[in-house]
Design a protein around this ligand. Structure first.
Ligand code: NAI
Length: 462
């Protein structure tokens, strides 16, 4: 039996970051992981592999649609699917091995196996029980499914199976127009599949600024993606090599059916806490399965903390990372802090979509007086040069004080551009502060500055 200051259960972005920070702060640290590789869902079957496939298929799209325009003639590349999957696996390997290296460098012990908490202060991994002054649960989340749908990860898949399909399907139905559905739908649409997204609500990406969501859907439609909106999927029948998807339209309850070679179920995720023994310990769990924590990520049981997808809040790797660092600071006797008002969200399609802070809908709901500064990428020379004039930057600022309240970007590199506004918001900056900051020309980030100028006397290139 080994004895630690902290044992973290789960090595996803929340857990591994927490472990490294704990060790850096002088705590004797171990991290439990049952998978063969470190990094959790994000590195193994989520963020990282999906970005590899998005990158590869974006290159294909460029070759097919834009190369000739730039005077690059010749046959478009053909798809070697096994090689594309091998490239994705190589990217995963590089990243997961990177975490292993960081664990060694920081002297974090990897306890291999699935962990449980037989009693406070103890973590069981396999047959061994280890002592820990503090335990951090960072076990993440798993896909939800719907009643009437059986996932086999071959014909009816979650995001996990969607990263490993035996071949590119001719027809794919995506259930759920959220982040996973649209990212993975984009991958297969670019590879030539006929992709149909069936979404329960009347708009895609729930919670996103309405104007951005509408523009996003229009662009995806133009790229060839089909949408059936306001439709509730009732069941999926799996035949030998196909599936039939039954859905009803909410407006008139009419029943419909469509078939597909592959059905991707992307209707959300739920906390994964199976087998930890939390019930027996009396750890409070909320209705939707999240572990309840206080503002220092402590559960109601002394010495047990929780972070990431297993607690409330957006299920985002970077939110988990921030909580991982913050709880490490708390356990080391420092002051850990996460500003939940400034957590960016990014969808890695082309164009990318990114947001931070409040949406217009949220500001209206609380009756806050605000102003909008908008700038189209059509007025940005760099974006036009790379065929990405579709989209815009929209900044929301307080009507009186000009303080930035939110930013919503759809366009090239939106996921990177958003961070300028994240930093500005962390510093309580005004739109004018951004507008008065010199931005290099020609960059995509000039569109952010122009939107900030539009909050005041007006953009220059509009
Ligand atoms: P989501 O919550 O983003 O979207 C699920 C969608 O499915 C919703 O629009 C919902 O209205 C719809 N839906 C639910 N039941 C339905 C039914 N019966 N018929 C039709 N539509 C139905 O969930 P998603 O895309 O599965 O993602 C899960 C989590 O993973 C999210 O919290 C997301 O933030 C996170 N994630 C983040 C990524 C990123 O930051 N780029 C990438 C992938 C996942």
């Amino acid at each position: 039996m080994a004895s630690y200051d902290v044992i973290i259960i789960g090595s996803g972005p929340g857990g591994y970051v927490c472990a490294i920070r704990c060790a850096q702060l002088g705590l004797k640290t171990a991290c439990v992981e049952g998978r063969d590789t470190l990094g959790g869902t994000c590195l193994n079957i989520g963020c990282i592999p999906s970005k590899a496939l998005l990158h590869a298929t974006h290159q294909l799209h460029e070759a097919e649609h834009n190369f000739a325009k730039m005077g690059l003639k010749g046959k478009s590349p053909s798809v070697d699917w096994p090689q594309m999957l091998a490239y994705k696996d190589d990217v995963i390997g590089q990243n997961t091995k990177g975490i292993e290296f960081l664990f060694k460098k920081n002297k974090v012990d990897w306890l291999k196996g699935w962990g449980s908490i037989p009693e406070p202060g103890k973590v069981k991994v396999g047959d061994e029980v280890h002592e820990a002054k503090n335990i951090v649960v960072a076990t993440g989340s798993e896909p939800t499914s719907l009643p009437g749908i059986e996932v086999d990860e071959k014909i009816v898949v979650t995001s996990t199976g969607a990263l490993e399909l035996a071949k590119v399907p001719k027809k794919m139905v995506v259930i759920g127009g959220g982040v996973i559905g649209l990212e993975m739908g984009s991958v297969y649409a670019r590879l030539g599949a006929e992709v149909t997204v069936i979404e329960f609500l009347d708009a895609i990406t729930p919670g996103m600024d309405g104007e951005v969501a509408r523009t996003f859907q229009k662009i995806l439609r133009k790229q060839g993606m089909n949408f059936i909106m306001g439709a509730a999927v009732q069941s999926v029948e799996t035949l030998k090599t196909k599936a039939k998807v039954n859905y009803t339209l909410r407006k008139d309850d009419s029943e419909h059916q469509t078939d597909a070679d592959v059905v991707l179920v992307a209707t959300g995720r739920k906390p994964y806490t199976d087998g930890l023994g939390l019930d027996a310990l009396g750890v409070k769990i909320a209705k939707r399965g999240q572990i309840e924590v206080d503002d220092r990520w402590a559960t109601n049981v002394k010495g047990i903390h929780a972070i990431g997808d297993a607690i409330t809040g957006p299920m985002l790797a970077h939110k988990a990372e921030d909580e991982g660092m913050a709880v490490a600071e708390v356990l080391a006797g420092k002051h850990g802090h996460v500003n939940y008002g400034v957590i960016p969200g990014v969808i890695y399609t082309t164009p990318e979509v990114a947001s931070v802070g409040k949406t217009e809908e949220e500001l209206k709901e609380v009756g806050r007086a605000y102003k909008v500064g908008k700038f189209s990428f059509m007025g940005n020379g760099r974006a036009k040069a790379v065929f990405q004039g579709d989209g815009f930057v929209k900044l929301l600022a307080d009507k009186e004080s000009d303080r930035l309240l939110g930013a919503h970007i759809i366009g090239p590199m939106a996921g990177d551009l958003i961070h300028e506004i994240c930093v500005a918001m962390e510093f309580g900056a005004s739109a004018e502060d951004v507008a008065l900051t010199c931005h290099a020309h020609p960059t995509f980030s000039e569109a952010v500055r122009e939107a900030a100028l539009a909050c005041g006397d007006g953009a220059i290139h509009a």
